[in-house]
Design a binder for this molecule. Sequence first.
Ligand code: GLC
Ligand code: GLC
Length: 866
Amino acid sequence: MRYGYFDDERREYVITQPDTPLPWINYLGSEAYFGLISNTAGGYSFYRDARLRRITRYRYNNVPFDYGGRYIYVRDNATGEFWSPSWQPTRRPLEGYSCRHGLGYTIIGSTYQGIEAQTRYFVPLGENLEIWQLTVTNRRREVADLSIFSAVEFCLWDAQDDATNFQRNFNTGEVEIVDDVIYHKTEYRERRNHFAYFACSSFSPLEGGPSTTSPLKGGPSTTSPLEGGPSTTSPLEGGQRGVTGFDTQRDVFLGPYRGWDNPAAVERGQSFNSVAHGWAPIGSHHVKVTLQPGETRQVIFLLGYHENPRDHKFDPPGSQTINKTTVKPTIARYLDPAQIEVAFGALRTYWDGLLGILQVETPDVHTDRMVNVWNAYQCVVTFNMSRSASFFESGIGRGLGFRDSNQDLLGFVHMAPARARERILDLAATQLESGGAYHQYQPLTRRGNNDVGSNFNDDPLWLVLGVAAYLKETGDWSILDRPVPYDNRPGSETPLYEHLQRSLRYTLERLGPHGLPLIGRADWNDCLNLNCFSDEPGQSFQTTTNKDGQVAESVFIAGLFVLAAKEMEQISKSANQQISNSAIRNPQSAIRNPQFYLDAARQMEAVVLEHGWDGEWFLRAYDDFGHKVGSHECEEGKIFIEPQGFCVMAGIGLGDGRAEQALESVNRLLATPHGIVLQQPAYSRYYLHLGEISSYPPGYKENGGIFCHSNPWVMIAETIAGHGDRAHDYYTRINPSAREAIGEIHRCEPYVYAQMIAGRDAPTHGEAKNSWLTGTAAWNYVAITQWILGIRPTFDGLQVAPVIPASWSGFQATRVFRGVAYHITVNRAGKGNAVSLTVDGQPVEGNVVPLPSPGQTEVEVQVTLG
Ligand code: GLC
Ligand code: GLC
């Protein structure tokens, strides 16, 4: 069943029914100010850090679900009836409901009793504010006398404290209301220098209608009823168009024991002009409008965040009143519909630019849609958010993950290399001198998170993959020379290159009894906690370590190490050629020889083949007793996906048939119609020595769920083994667009990947959870674009080595690589994957397009496959 459709032309997903199985959300903002918005206008906003600078309040796991957001009420003043054009929170039966989630914007609209209302929500580039642009049209035969109410609930900044520390925060809320703008200024009187604001234009007519000026823009100036003494009537009442009232105290606006579905102010058709002091500050405007039949008008709401210099917080100085001089021009600007159009155009251009880096035309609509629009979009959002804020990530739990961010970079680096560079340097600066890494860091402080700490032994290796991807994309070798501190400690800087060396050394210095890498707290699989041994309810599996960790080893880390060491060999080789004054000759660097990394890779490969092979597939690990995990000898958890994908990606077992065999085993034992499960058989009981993985009921998450992040590793491995049909088949099984038709089973958004789809052991096999923020986005993007379509940046140029389904006659692509547009046409001449390349009409050896001479901006690439 479908709940909407893809509008491919407009790059929108159109939801046509508000009661989707779960809230289907979108993200607003791309730099510092962000918002999450559901298809019924639920969600919240924050500035940079979803925990520490939460602008609006959101109650996760609320009843009813997804209740609280960016609400607009329309009230028919003749009858007293009121409704929400976004369905929630009033949930009246709407006609023509639609929610268009686009790239960085969402448009929600509907018609109720002949009144059409639509709101476009977006964050202009470079601004710390969001626009809600409401358009109301009277489709009745008679005049409509309407009231519009807006509503947001402010968060008292620290979302964690806001949701727990009521003895304090019921007493701290403060606002100012000036010129129809509601300023939320809790804690501004003391240590904060930031505030939020919620502004509203009065109704301004669309072209042709009678014009009204906003009280903010040089029009007849109005004073707030609060200035010069409390007053309860609004200055704009009595026939004038404009903001006729406001509310800022939640419980006055709603009325006692009422919810957002039935606010007292809306019901009675008049704001209370309440002023919040303590309790729960909100922002609500009341605007009255009379619409002739067929008439359309719009009203604009702005919700924003602003910081003042610490010594210019107050105006007049010495008062407790917010200095508004720097924020006022911004507010005035965006209450102007013409400016909004400009900003919206700029947003569209921005996304066209990002997505224009790679566009493809293949025989498969689901591939095109995901590659050209939605998967790329999700990669950007995931890069921005890491795992902090989604409808499954509360924004207070996790900062940016070290391994997560490095992997997110793989799907993002081609779109914004400068930001990828910055992220790499931030990540590396949280690395420890030992080469180890904090598992997470806070985006606002850029400091490692001490509560979670370190010792996830795969973490440092991902930095090598992240940097390799950056170098291949950009050719910017200078990054290797960049001095970067350890643990952000001034004076500890070494060139970034040495960080990479230490990452690899970290593994080599932590080998276990079989010569495989020690696993530490966990490797990529956060839930395989072989040193945890927790029998204490509530204890964190991630941070509890009851064993000294000198025995349990990970075959997955071994595979990752081989891949990283091979990348490092290439990096040091190319860097040797590229930079004369190179970090590689830094006397501090003990290891500076490309051969060293090749040898290290080969040695580890040999260890994997000797101790990490189970007969028909790669083993997963050795536990603290030295027993095998992920072996046919085990009772449960006999085979795991991760080492099959990763070892083959690293090239292990390619020469001797073991890679093929491992992939066959995956197909036979792990593949389901909904994707490849993480392991089988799922653990049916709790194993003290395995940890969190066995804490989940069978079929969920790491315990035999389809943990989508690891599926593309198998897709890539299949392409390396030359199996285009199988690679694309796996790709399609979890492709959200291809799953759109089974929306009632999948349940999550059909335009983005989810972290998990319930495995075959779960009662709801095929049900997705944890959409949006997942390494699945980057890895699927890499699998389809770089390995199946085969358009792959290398240190020396753009490689084109497609491994596509046999039934495809070919495809076309445009890829901008290091500033040059490559127009690629692939034609299938035979069933195989051999590539013959013609570049600008000239045949070229191999499958790497040589870098064009300076000045050339377009390259024609013809590929014959067979
Ligand atoms: C989550 C984590 C990621 C981990 C994965 C598997 O997605 O964010 O770091 O690798 O789970 O446990
Ligand atoms: C839980 C989840 C795992 C996630 C981890 C993050 O263990 O199962 O997916 O990576 O939490 O802390």
